[in-house]
Ligand binder design. Structure first.
Ligand code: NAD
Ligand code: KPL
Length: 303
């Protein structure tokens, strides 16, 4: 059974290379003929691990190819996921499974709703990778992947493929709790580092702001019946700030490199959820507004 991977970006490349290396059939899906020609010229995907580059000549096709898709890894940014799913929907077999590898919340439900009837598995990843050049990706940080299906608790058989490929993973009976927790961590850390233009460790200078945000996120998680995700949130945020003190978070990197952020699927999602529950969370809403203004001032999208 072939794994189709959409998104020859950081995580798509990381997964595709490991699946291919394990001898599993993989096909990359690229946007158009131009990208396919670029890819052909590059001679494949290059994954750089511990400084060592290895090239994988994984077959590739464009979105409008007509090969049926039974296994799809959708490894795009959250804001691109629904459009990508729309473009591929007609190619999915009736028993297709789709792994949604997006940060934040909101995009997964939108895709699952659009692809009703197909199994959509939500994933949360703490692995780290970045693009060094076109079709060249550096595996920057070991981590883990949690996968789960909010509608169906049984693990799929194809997890064996991830095992064979050495992709660290675990089936999660409550993937939404994992995604909410990660969203809360990102909401507590990322926007403040952008607004204060600092590394994660720089937030040690703003303990009251961090504490206020954590208290409101905890209230939100309880209102959303995400009790497990709410537990000791503030302590974990402080732990992550210490453990990643020297790093710039992903949102800070996006903003400083002039890239679109995933704000609508992180802080934006949290603020909409708060409104839905009739919660007044002034600190969270104020940080959201400040972040929107900050993005606008830099000519970056506010969604
Ligand atoms: P990326 O931008 O490096 O890769 C996404 C790729 O998808 C791009 O190459 C883009 O061109 C492609 N794409 C988007 N729409 C497409 C379409 N319709 N057709 C064909 N290609 C399309 O992003 P990434 O860093 O791999 O991140 C993917 C998700 O994983 C994000 O939500 C991110 O927050 C999350 N994440 C990333 C990391 C990391 O270290 N990179 C870690 C954890 C979570
Ligand atoms: O996931 C992160 C990110 O950079 O997006 C951490 C390191 C947890 C900071 O929120």
């Amino acid at each position: 059974m072939t794994w189709h991977v959409l998104g020859a970006g950081s995580l798509g490349t990381l997964w595709a290379a490991r699946l291919a290396r394990a001898g599993l059939p993989v096909r990359l899906i690229l946007r158009n003929a131009e990208r396919l020609a670029d890819y052909t010229r590059a001679g494949g995907l290059t994954l750089i691990e511990q400084g060592l580059p290895q090239r994988y000549a994984i077959p590739a096709e464009t979105l409008d190819s007509d090969t049926p898709i039974q296994h799809l890894l959708l490894a795009s940014k959250a804001y691109d996921a629904l459009e990508a799913a729309r473009q591929l929907a007609h190619r999915l077999t009736a028993d297709a499974s789709i792994v949604l590898l997006q940060n934040g919340l909101g995009s997964q439900d939108a895709v699952a709703q659009h692809l009703q009837g197909r199994r959509c598995v939500y994933a949360s990843s703490t692995e780290g990778a970045f693009r060094q050049a076109d079709f060249q990706v550096v595996f920057a940080g070991a981590g883990h992947n949690w996968l789960g299906d909010p509608l169906l608790p049984a693990a799929p058989k194809w997890l064996e493929d991830l095992q064979a490929a050495g992709i660290p993973h675990q089936w999660s009976a409550d993937i939404l709790a994992r995604l909410w927790r990660k969203l809360a961590l990102n909401c507590a850390i990322n926007p403040l580092t952008v607004l204060h233009d600092c590394r994660n460790g720089g937030l040690r200078d703003y303990p009251v702001e961090v504490a206020n945000i954590c208290a409101e996120l905890t209230e939100l998680l309880h209102a959303c019946t995400q009790t497990a995700a709410a537990e000791h949130l503030h302590e974990e945020v402080l732990r992550v700030i210490d453990a990643t003190a020297a790093n710039y978070c992903s949102m800070h990197q996006d903003v400083s490199q002039g890239r679109r952020t995933e704000i609508s699927y992180l802080l934006g999602y949290a603020c909409v959820a708060a409104e839905r529950h009739g919660l007044r969370l002034p600190h969270l809403q104020q940080v959201h507004q400040r972040l929107l203004r900050h993005l606008a001032a830099r000519g970056l999208p506010q969604n």
